[in-house]
Design a protein around this ligand. Structure first.
Ligand code: ATP
Ligand code: MG
Length: 671
C-alpha cells in the first residue's frame, strides 16, 4: 500500500512532482531509489496507465527488485510498469523493430568475450599482432566511438595520437561489418542502434513518446552520452524525466559514463526542478562521518550535507594484519562469531576493489563451510568451459555466428585444424558466405587437408541436427543431449591438471544447465534464443547463475545501490584503493575516492576496513602501504583494532564476568 507519510518532506515533494523534468541529486542512502519506487506507485495511483511508465535501473538485478517494490506499493497494476536497464530497454525496442533494423526476430547479442574474439579476428585481418596491441584497449576505443555515435574513428594527426587510434580506425569498420554479417549486435549497439532509429524515424519516435510518457532513471550519474541521447529522444517536448543520482558515486567514468550528465541536467532538460535529500537513513552516525570525511577531499563536486537522525553506533573498525591469509581468516572468524549472535549469512558482505582480492576469502569460507556467493568474478562468463558450451548453444540458434563456430569447431578436438579453417575462411569471404555455409560446401573448397572435408561434414551435420532439436524443444533436454553427444564433460575434465579443477569445470557447466532448467520452468514459452539474450545481458553484471545465497563477495563497482548490515571493505591499501592504473590507463584518483565512498556507504550497522602489511604477488611477498583514505577518517568515528582482541568471543567475557561475580557473591554471602 502506498503511504506517503513514510517519506520525509523533500522525498514527498519529489514523488508528487509528476510533470516536467525533475532532478534528485543527493548523497548515499538518502532514499533516492526509494523515491523512484514511490513515484512510480504514486503515478499509478493517480491513474497513469502502467504501460506509460518506464523506470530505468543500473542493473537487471536492481530492475527485479524495483519491480517487486512497485508491485508491493501499487498492487497488481505495478506489474505492468516497464522496469529495465537501458540495455534491456534497447533490446526490447530492437526486437520490436527488428525488421527495420535488418535483424532476425531473435538476434544474438555478442557478450564481452565474443566482442574480444571478434576484435582479435579483425586485428588479424589487418595484420595487427594481438600480442603487440592489447585487444581490450582496441575494443574500448571502438566502444567509445560507438557510444559517441561515431561511424568512423578518425585517427589524430601523426605524432599526436597513438598507434592504438590507428589500429582502432582500421578495425572499426571491419568489426561492424562482421557483426552485421553475423546478424548480431554488441552491447553498445543495444543503445546506439535504437538511438539512431529514433533519431531518423519520426514516426517511430512519435510512437515511443506517446507510449512512454513518464521516464524515471536511477543512478543517473553513471549514464553515458548515448543513454542521455536515448532519454532525450524518448522524452521529446514533454520532458517528463525524473533522474536521481549522486555525483559522488560516479564510478563508471572508465567505461565512458559522463558525470556531467547529472551536473548539467538543467541544460539538457530545460525548466528542470531540483530536489535535494539530506537525511541518510541507511548508516549509523560513525559510518556516515567516515564517508563524509573521505568524500569531502574531492575538489570538483557539488557539496552535499548528509546527516542521520539515528545513533552514532559502533566506531568503524580499522584492522591491520600481516598477510592476506590472516585477513581472510579474520573476516571468516568475525562472521562466524557474529553469526553465533543470530545474524543470517546474508547480513555480511566482503567488498574489494579488484577481483584478484577475492580468492583467499573464498578459500577461508570454503574451509569453514560458510555459504557465500561471488558476484563479479573471477567471472563465470570468462571461464573457457562456460564459453564453449555457450558457443555451441549460440551456434545452434544462429548459424551465422562465425565467432561461436570458430570457437567450438575443434572443441573437443575433431581433426578440423587451423589450416583447414583458414582455407574455409579465405574461400568464404569473397563469396560472402558465413562459415557454416561455406563448410557445407567443403567439397568445393580447394586445398583442404586430406580427410578434413569429411570431418567438416560431420560437424555441419551435428549442428544441423541440434538446431532442429532446439527448434522443436524441449530445450533443456536438447542442451544436455548436446553436452553428452560431444562429450563436453570428459573434455573439460581432461583439459586440466588436478581432479579438483576438473570437477569445478564440470560444476560450472552443470550450473549453466541448471540455470537453463530454471528458465524453462519459469517461462510459459521458453526459447533458447531468449535465454541466451538474457544471459548476455546478465553477463555484464557477471552474476554467476549457479551460485547459492549466503555471504556476499563483490567488487565495489557491483555493490552500487546495495546495502548490508555488516560490511568488510578489504585490501584498503595503496595501489588497491586507490587502485594503480589498470591496463595501461592512468588512474583517476577522484574516481577512486568515490569508490571508497560507495564502499563505506554500503554499511548499515558495522563497518570494518582491513589491510595487510604484505601480500604475495607472483610468488613474492610484497610490502603494502595503508591507503591514504584511512588518514581521512575522523578520530572520533573510528578505532584501530587489534585482530587478536576482537577474536575473543564476547560470550567468554560474559562468562568470565559471571564467574568473578559468583565468586564475589559467594565471598560476600559467606560473611
Ligand atoms: P544509494 O545512493 O546508495 O543508491 P539511495 O539514496 O538510493 O542510496 P535508498 O536505497 O533508497 O537510498 O535508501 C536507503 C535506506 O534508507 C533504505 O533502507 C530505505 O528503505 C531507507 N529509507 C529511505 N528513506 C526513508 C524514510 N523516509 N524513512 C525510513 N527509511 C527510509
Ligand atoms: Mg539507490
Amino acid at each position: 500500500m502506498l503511504d506517503l507519510s513514510t517519506l520525509n518532506p523533500p522525498q514527498r515533494e519529489a514523488v508528487m512532482t509528476t510533470e516536467g523534468p525533475l532532478l534528485v541529486l543527493a548523497g548515499a542512502g538518502s532514499g533516492k531509489t526509494r523515491v523512484i519506487a514511490h513515484r512510480v506507485a504514486y503515478l499509478l495511483v493517480q491513474g497513469v496507465d502502467p504501460e506509460q511508465v518506464l523506470a530505468v535501473t543500473f542493473t537487471n538485478k536492481a530492475a527485479g527488485e524495483m519491480r517487486e517494490r512497485v508491485a508491493a506499493l501499487a498492487g497488481p497494476p505495478g506489474v505492468d510498469v516497464f522496469v529495465s536497464t537501458f540495455h534491456s530497454f534497447g533490446l526490447w525496442l530492437l526486437q520490436q523493430e527488428h525488421e527495420a533494423a535488418g535483424l532476425p526476430r531473435r538476434f544474438a547479442i555478442c557478450d564481452a568475450g565474443d566482442q574480444l574474439a571478434l576484435v582479435k579476428r579483425c586485428m588479424r585481418e589487418v595484420s595487427v599482432d594481438d600480442r603487440k596491441f592489447d585487444a581490450h584497449r582496441v575494443l574500448s576505443l571502438l566502444s567509445r566511438a560507438k557510444n559517441a555515435g561515431k561511424k568512423r574513428i578518425v585517427p589524430r594527426e601523426a605524432g599526436q595520437g597513438d598507434d592504438y587510434d590507428l589500429v582502432a580506425a582500421e578495425v572499426y569498420p571491419r568489426y561492424e561489418k562482421a557483426l552485421r554479417a553475423m546478424r548480431s549486435v554488441d552491447f553498445d549497439d543495444l543503445i546506439a542502434r535504437p538511438v539512431a532509429m529514433l533519431a531518423h524515424d519520426p514516426a517511430l519516435r512519435a510512437r515511443c513518446q506517446e507510449r512512454f510518457r513518464y521516464l524515471l532513471v536511477d543512478e543517473y550519474q553513471d549514464t553515458n552520452a548515448a543513454q542521455l541521447e536515448l532519454l532525450k529522444l524518448l522524452a521529446g517536448e514533454r520532458r517528463n524525466v525524473c533522474a536521481v543520482g549522486d555525483d559522488d558515486q560516479a564510478i563508471y567514468g572508465w567505461r565512458g559514463a559522463e558525470v556531467k550528465n547529472i551536473l548539467r541536467f538543467e541544460r539538457h532538460f530545460p525548466g528542470a526542478k531540483e530536489v535535494r535529500l539530506e537525511q541518510n537513513y541507511r548508516s549509523t552516525g560513525h559510518i556516515l562521518a567516515c564517508a563524509n570525511a573521505v568524500i569531502a577531499k574531492n575538489a570538483a563536486r557539488k557539496a552535499k550535507a548528509l546527516f542521520t537522525a539515528g545513533e552514532a553506533g559502533e566506531p568503524v573498525r580499522v584492522v591491520a594484519m600481516s598477510e592476506e591469509e590472516d585477513e581472510a581468516r579474520f573476516v571468516a572468524e568475525e562472521i562466524a562469531r557474529q553469526r553465533g549472535e543470530g545474524r543470517p549469512w546474508s547480513h555480511f558482505a566482503v567488498l574489494f576493489r579488484l577481483n584478484a582480492l577475492s580468492r583467499p576469502f573464498e578459500e577461508a569460507f570454503r574451509e569453514g563451510s560458510m555459504p557465500y556467493k561471488v558476484h563479479g568474478g573471477p567471472a563465470f562468463f570468462d571461464r573457457s568451459e562456460v564459453r564453449d558450451l555457450l558457443a555451441y548453444l549460440k551456434l545452434c540458434v544462429q548459424p551465422e555466428d562465425d565467432v561461436s563456430l570458430s570457437r567450438v569447431v575443434n572443441v573437443p578436438p575433431r581433426g578440423i585444424g587451423d589450416t583447414s579453417m583458414e582455407r574455409v575462411h579465405d574461400w568464404a569471404i569473397p563469396r560472402k558466405l558465413h562459415l557454416l555455409e561455406a563448410m557445407r560446401r567443403a567439397a568445393e573448397i580447394p586445398d583442404l587437408p586430406r580427410g578434413a572435408a569429411e570431418k567438416i561434414g560431420a560437424f555441419v551435420a551435428l549442428v544441423d541436427r541440434f538446431q532442429a532439436r532446439f527448434r522443436e524443444g524441449p530445450v533443456s533436454e536438447a542442451a544436455r543431449a548436446l553436452v553428452a553427444e560431444v562429450d563436453l564433460f570428459s573434455h573439460v575434465r581432461a583439459g586440466v591438471q588436478s581432479l579438483e579443477a576438473g570437477s569445478r569445470r564440470v560444476d560450472a557447466l552443470e550450473g549453466l544447465l541448471r540455470s537453463l532448467d530454471g528458465y524453462v520452468q519459469r517461462t510459459a514459452r521458453p526459447s533458447l534464443a531468449t535465454w541466451l539474450q538474457r544471459l548476455a545481458l546478465d553477463s555484464r553484471e557477471e552474476e554467476d547463475p549457479s551460485g547459492e545465497g549466503g555471504i556476499t563477495l563483490m567488487t565495489l563497482h557491483a555493490a552500487k545501490g546495495l546495502e548490508f548490515p555488516v560490511v568488510f571493505l578489504v585490501g584498503v591499501e595503496e595501489d588497491y584503493l586507490p587502485c594503480a592504473g589498470i591496463q595501461g590507463e592512468a588512474r583517476d584518483l577522484d574516481e577512486e575516492r568515490r569508490l571508497a565512498y560507495v564502499g563505506i556507504t554500503r554499511a548499515r550497522e558495522r563497518l570494518y576496513l582491513t589491510r595487510v602489511a604484505a601480500r604475495s604477488k607472483r610468488g613474492k611477498l610484497l610490502p603494502r602501504t595503508p591507503s591514504r583514505f584511512l588518514d581521512d577518517l575522523p578520530p572520533a568515528a573510528h578505532e584501530k583494532v587489534d585482530p587478536a582482541a576482537l577474536a575473543a568471543p564476547p560470550q567468554d567475557v560474559a562468562a568470565h564476568t559471571e564467574s568473578v561475580m559468583a565468586a564475589l557473591r559467594a565471598r560476600l554471602g559467606g560473611r
